[in-house]
Design a protein around this ligand. Structure first.
Ligand code: C5P
Length: 282
C-alpha cells in the first residue's frame, strides 16, 4: 500500500474565515421568495440550536441541499446552517475524496472503473456522526486528515466522473438521507440527482478569481506556498470537469435559490440561506 502523504493540504472548509466574500441572488431564483417577507421574527444570528424549525415535529423530514463549484465555501456554510437549524450535516465531497484517497493508497488505476468501485465499496465509507463535523471513515478508520491533500484533489474530479462510482455514492447518500432525515447536504448533484425532492435547494457560486484568492489565502495561512495562477487553473479545470461529465454534472437545479457569495461575508451567506429556509419551512 502506498501511504505517501503530500505536503500541501487544501482544506476548503475554512475558506470564509479568512476573506471577505456580496450576495447577488439570481432574479428568477429569488423572484418567488421575497427576502424582506421572511416569516421568522427572530434574528437568524441569534437563533442557535434548532431556531424556528423547533416548531416542526422532530421527526419531520427536512432535507436542504447546497450545490456549487469548488471554493464557494459550501462546506463551511452548510455546516453552520445545519448547526443553526439543528440539522445534520453531510459533506459528499468528502466521500468522493475518500474514494480517491483509497484508490491512490491501494495503487488502483482510476481508469479501471470496476476496481475503483470494488475498492471503494470494500472500504465501507461511513461517517462518525458523534463528531462535529462528522468525520469520514474507510475500513473503520478516520481518513479526514488524508482527503484534502494535493494528490487526492488532483484525481478526485476524474474519479467522480465514473458512472458506477456515482451510482454507488448516490445509493449511500440516499441511505444516509433515510437515517438522517433532517439534513443539510452539500456537493455537486445533491439537489439535481440525489435529493430531487429536497424542501429547499441552494446553489452557491462565486467568481473563479475570488475562489482562487480564497484558496491561496488559506494555503498561506496554513504555511504553504500559494501560486495564484496555478490555483486558478486547477479551479477552472475542476469546474470544467465537474460540469461536463455525463452523470451528476455540476449544475444549478432548476428550482434552486442561487447565491453569489463573491462579495459576501461568511455569516451573511449563512443568514441569507437561513432566512430562505425559514421562509419555506418555518
Ligand atoms: O466539494 P469538494 O471540493 O470536496 O469535492 C471534491 C470533488 O468531488 C469535486 O470536485 C467533484 O468532482 C466531486 N464531487 C462530486 N459530487 C458531489 C460532491 C463532490 O462529483 N456530490
Amino acid at each position: 500500500m502506498n501511504t505517501t502523504r503530500q505536503d500541501t493540504v487544501q482544506d476548503e472548509s475554512i475558506a470564509f474565515e479568512m476573506i471577505e466574500v456580496v450576495e447577488v441572488s439570481h432574479a428568477e431564483s429569488c423572484a418567488a421568495m421575497d427576502m424582506e417577507r421572511v416569516v421568522c421574527d427572530r434574528d437568524p444570528a441569534t437563533l442557535g440550536g434548532s431556531g424556528c424549525l423547533a416548531m416542526l415535529s422532530p421527526d419531520q423530514r427536512i432535507v436542504i441541499t447546497i450545490d456549487g463549484p469548488a471554493g464557494t465555501g459550501k462546506s463551511s456554510v452548510a455546516r453552520a446552517l445545519a448547526k443553526q437549524l439543528g440539522l445534520d450535516f453531510l459533506d459528499t465531497g468528502a466521500m468522493y475524496r475518500a474514494a480517491a484517497a483509497i484508490c491512490i493508497d491501494h495503487g488502483i488505476d482510476i481508469n479501471d472503473h470496476a476496481a475503483v468501485v470494488a475498492r471503494t465499496a470494500a472500504a465501507d465509507l461511513h461517517f462518525d456522526w458523534t463528531r462535529d463535523p462528522p468525520t469520514i471513515l474507510a475500513h473503520g478508520v478516520p481518513i479526514d486528515h488524508r482527503i484534502r491533500q494535493k494528490d487526492v484533489t488532483e484525481v478526485v474530479s476524474p474519479l467522480a466522473s465514473i458512472k458506477e462510482l456515482r451510482e454507488h455514492m448516490v445509493r449511500k447518500q440516499r441511505l444516509i438521507g433515510q437515517q438522517h432525515p433532517r439534513l443539510v447536504t452539500e456537493g455537486r448533484d445533491q439537489g439535481s440527482v440525489v435529493f430531487p425532492d429536497a424542501v429547499v435547494k441552494f446553489y452557491l457560486d462565486a467568481s473563479a478569481d475570488v475562489r482562487a484568492r480564497r484558496r491561496a489565502e488559506q494555503m498561506v495561512a496554513m504555511g504553504s506556498a500559494a501560486d495564484l495562477g496555478a490555483i486558478t487553473a486547477e479551479i477552472l479545470e475542476r469546474d470544467r470537469s465537474d460540469s461536463s461529465r455525463a452523470d451528476g454534472p455540476l449544475m444549478c437545479p432548476g428550482n434552486a435559490i442561487c447565491v453569489d457569495t463573491s462579495d459576501m461575508q461568511f455569516q451573511q451567506v449563512v443568514d441569507t440561506l437561513h432566512r430562505h429556509v425559514l421562509a419555506v419551512v418555518g
